[in-house]
Design a binder for this molecule. Structure first.
Ligand code: NAD
Length: 475
């Protein structure tokens, strides 16, 4: 673990394994942080925040460090991508581009570090100057999931560092190695000791970090269930908190859509990253007029998706990331059957003996689903699409919004007016029209309702990592 600039084992020597989901073999051994280690990491982050080079750093210095970090991420993209594949079974061809794009976050937030953030305000009395400044919050705990371990970390790290905070990272226990290697690269970029710290361990380590009184802000991405616990923990001491949580996003296809394009978007919307994305378009809403043909085409295309070694560029879908996730996906497939959904394709482990050791689940489509079914309401976080029929715009909006989540939505139509009406009525943090799952470093991302609190990326993100100070000067 990286604590105060030094690389350390756990204080009690405990370790755990990182398991490759493609062959079920452990491939790396990682320290399991104790509460003493977490305390030490928070202490190191506090010291770096209070005094030393970072506390005195100018926006230009922080911007320069972020730019070097971005350059080094590009130089090391092959290694960073490969490690993520070994950890979570995502496709190398998906992860490599995503890893290269992380540099853009560094470059963008380097610019943000030097952008003006305060305001000069009107005074209501003579001889008074009023202005605001934005200051870093302090020690940030970044607690991250396994599905896109580095992207979801960089969405926190870049704005936190641009603003001058220090950070203690607790990556998912499924994907700790990529974060440790990224931290080594950050060290090479020249961030001073204690600015970036990493402690590794499972949920209890995350809980101990979130509860630590020395943490001023918790930035969390993960499940809604854990996000709610973190919100309660933060409330105890009114620590600042931002939460990026789960989803059950609707991908809505109207009859006037470019249907070949829509089917591609629906397939990548749910099956990219083996369905393990918060923004997965897991509820496919299809208009009654095209329901039969669209569903038939979707099922045929889904059945052709090529499973295989995620490091092979020809593979179209990899494994799920871990045993518990594998069990959860198969459980939800049974739940859907029990609730009366029709299994149209997939639904089990593939029979191919070459895939027998890996945590593979066939890409699965359920038809004749109604929105009340658990398979339409609960996040599976796996390669399972449910297809729901709707009759008109009102019906589509009613079904789409009838969920506790509000992360994202897709709309497929050639009618601009309809698209704009739908955008307005959908209760979701991102709406994609005639595309799906686009994100970048500039566009804010986050959830309505139980999908989260706050926004990552873009200029808004800096607000999540700063306090506003108002200054009154009697001149
Ligand atoms: P998770 O909630 O199980 O774990 C996330 C992180 O929290 C891990 O580091 C874990 O060790 C830690 N953790 C677990 N229990 C904790 C506790 N009590 N206190 C503090 N930390 C704790 O989520 P996961 O299974 O790793 O990730 C999948 C979930 O993440 C899905 O629900 C998905 O939708 C969500 N997600 C959301 C976004 C988004 O941007 N909205 C992005 C990716 C994933």
């Amino acid at each position: 673990m990286l604590i105060g600039g030094g690389w350390k084992a756990s204080s009690d020597g405990a370790t755990f394994n990182s398991i490759n989901p493609f062959d079920a073999q452990p491939w790396a051994q990682v320290p399991a942080a104790t509460t003493a280690d977490i305390d030490e990491a928070v202490g190191a982050a506090r010291r770096a925040f209070d005094k030393g080079p970072w506390a005195q750093s100018t926006p230009l210095q922080r911007a320069t460090l972020l730019r070097s970090f971005g350059d080094l991420i590009r130089d090391n993209a092959d290694e960073l991508a490969r490690i993520q594949v070994l950890e979570n079974g995502k496709l190398i061809r998906e992860v490599h581009g995503q890893t290269l794009a992380l540099a853009n976050h560094c470059y963008f937030f380097a610019g943000v570090a030097e952008s003006p953030t305060g305001e000069t305000l009107a005074s209501s009395v003579p001889n008074m100057q009023v202005f605001t400044v934005r200051e870093p919050i302090g020690v940030v705990a970044a607690i991250t999931p396994w599905n896109s371990p580095l992207a979801l970390l960089m969405w926190k790290l870049c704005p936190a560092l641009a603003a001058g905070n220090t950070v203690v990272i607790k990556p998912s226990e499924i994907t700790p190695v990529s974060t440790l290697v990224l931290a080594r690269i950050a060290q090479q970029a020249g961030f001073p000791d204690g600015v970036i710290n990493v402690v590794t361990g499972a949920g209890p380590a995350g809980a101990a970090l979130a509860a630590h009184p020395g943490v001023d802000k918790i930035a969390f991405t993960g499940s809604t269930a854990v996000g709610k616990k973190i919100a309660v923990t933060a409330a105890e001491r009114l620590a600042r908190v931002s939460l990026e949580l789960g989803g059950k996003s609707p991908n809505i296809v109207f009859p006037d859509a470019d249907l070949p394009n829509a089917i591609n978007g629906v397939i990548s919307g749910i099956f990219a990253a083996t369905g393990q994305t918060c923004m997965a378009g897991s509820r496919v809403l299809v208009h009654a007029d095209i329901y039969d043909q669209f569903t038939k085409d979707l099922v045929e295309r889904t059945a052709q998706i090529k499973l295989g070694n995620p490091l092979d560029p020809a593979t179209e879908m990899g494994t799920v990331a871990c045993q518990s996730q594998f069990d959860k996906v198969l459980h939800y497939i049974e739940v859907a059957k029990e609730d009366g959904a029709t299994l149209a394709t997939g639904g089990s482990r593939p029979s191919d003996p070459e895939l027998s050791r890996g945590l593979f689940v066939q890409p699965t489509v359920f038809t004749h689903v109604t929105n009340e079914m658990r398979i339409a309401q609960e996040e599976v976080f796996g390669p399972v699409a449910v297809v729901i029929k709707f009759t008109d715009e009102d019906d589509a909006v009613r079904i789409a919004n009838d969920t506790s989540f509000g992360l994202a939505a897709g709309v497929w139509t050639r009618d601009v007016a309809r698209a704009l009406r739908m955008v307005k009525r959908l209760r979701a943090g991102s709406v994609w029209v005639n595309n799906y799952r686009k994100t970048n470093h500039v566009a804010p991302f986050g959830g309505f309702k139980e999908s989260g609190l706050g926004r990552e990326n873009g200029f808004h993100a800096i607000e999540e990592y700063t306090e506003v100070k108002t200054v009154w000067i009697d001149t």
